[in-house]
Design a protein around this ligand. Structure first.
Ligand code: TRP
Length: 333
């Protein structure tokens, strides 16, 4: 149960085929930590994914598969409210209303919009433009205090704050103005091939990204090919981004501090580092894959999880909406 003092956290992730090691370490391990101290809403933001074209059958499967991956990563379904964004209609309702309090100029400045419209020139739709408003609605509906996201979402979060403040100024205290929650240092996993870039599923070079559903031999192969440098010394310093990335991964998965990890590799070569990192990834991926398969074989259970999540989310969302409708001057139903 949500206690009086418990602060609210909201975060969302778009359903993708397979979660990457970057998502797992950067987002999910962090989310798992937060479930202890906050009331957390973790949503699979399926509506956001519709801003790019989706094949209906594949999309439905991807969404369920992603839920199974949420659960496989160990998120507690009792402590957290886990749900599909599209199941709680208040998200789209609030998004529309907030659209009317958001300026074209603000949305035009969003770097993600600029990047995405560059990439999908054949489909620059209005949804893509209004994407950050739906995201603001996601967050504001639950009167969220904190939003754990990566740096790439900072601009969107700032817009959410601006919209909340603007609305509160016009209509009186309605929304909580959310803060960004930046995860642990070193929780950012970089590409195995270009360690100055973030690990990303859309990378052309698929050797640069580890998926949580990769088979063991694939993981080992990708690690063997990981880019390092010619210093031949395992040190934790910015001149060696490839090595640093491997150390970060090791530290995140083992729970050991970076210093301990660096010390444990003293005198060892890059080959050993890569193999040990591969091993610890495999150790984590194996149970993940196993749990994932079990969930996917039990669709009935998945249904129960997402229905109960949607019910709990709806309860909170409908209270906010009631307030918003009243403040705006809509005649009550
Ligand atoms: N835009 C986010 C991303 O691409 C996903 C997202 C949608 C989100 N709604 C959100 C994240 C609300 C945090 C809070 O990563």
């Amino acid at each position: 149960m949500q206690s009086q003092q418990q602060k609210v956290i909201f975060s969302g992730a778009q359903p993708t085929g397979s979660m990457t090691l970057g998502n797992y370490i950067g987002a999910f391990q962090n989310w798992k930590q937060l479930e202890k101290d906050y009331q957390c809403y973790y949503s699979i933001v399926d509506l956001h994914s519709l801003t790019v074209k989706q094949d209906p059958e594949t999309f439905r499967h991807t969404c369920l598969s992603f839920l199974a991956q949420y659960l496989a990563s160990g998120l507690d379904t009792e402590k957290n409210v886990i749900f599909f964004q599209s199941h709680v209609r208040e998200h789209t309702e609030l998004a529309w209303l907030l659209n009317c309090y958001t300026y074209m100029g603000e949305l035009s400045r969003m770097t993600q919009f600029k990047d995405k419209s560059e990439k999908h020139q054949e489909n620059i739709n209005a949804g893509l433009f209004a994407y950050p408003v739906l995201m603001a609605a996601d967050i504001l509906l639950y009167r969220s205090h904190l939003v754990p996201v990566g740096e790439d979402q900072r601009q969107h979060l700032e817009l959410s704050r601006d919209i909340a403040l603007r609305f509160n100024n016009i209509f009186g205290e309605t929304f909580v103005v959310p803060d960004i929650h930046v995860g642990k240092q070193g929780a950012r996993v970089m590409s195995l091939q270009e360690p100055n870039k973030k690990m990303s599923k859309s990378d052309e070079n698929q050797n640069s990204v580890i998926y949580m559903l990769d088979e063991d031999d694939v993981i080992i192969k990708k690690l063997k090919k990981a880019v390092t440098d010619s210093y031949n010394e395992i040190l934790d310093r910015p001149e060696q981004p490839g090595v640093q990335n491997l150390l970060s991964i090791y530290s995140a998965l083992s729970g050991e501090s970076r210093e301990t990890v660096v010390a444990s590799f003293e005198g060892k070569g890059y080959g050993a580092l890569k193999m040990e990192v591969a091993e610890i990834i495999v150790e984590n991926v194996k149970p993940f894959r196993e749990k994932y398969r079990q969930y996917m074989e039990n669709i009935h259970y998945l249904e129960k999880v997402y229905q109960s999540g949607a019910n709990r989310a709806r309860m909170a969302a409908s209270i906010t909406m009631e307030d918003v409708r009243k403040k705006i001057g809509l005649v009550s139903v």
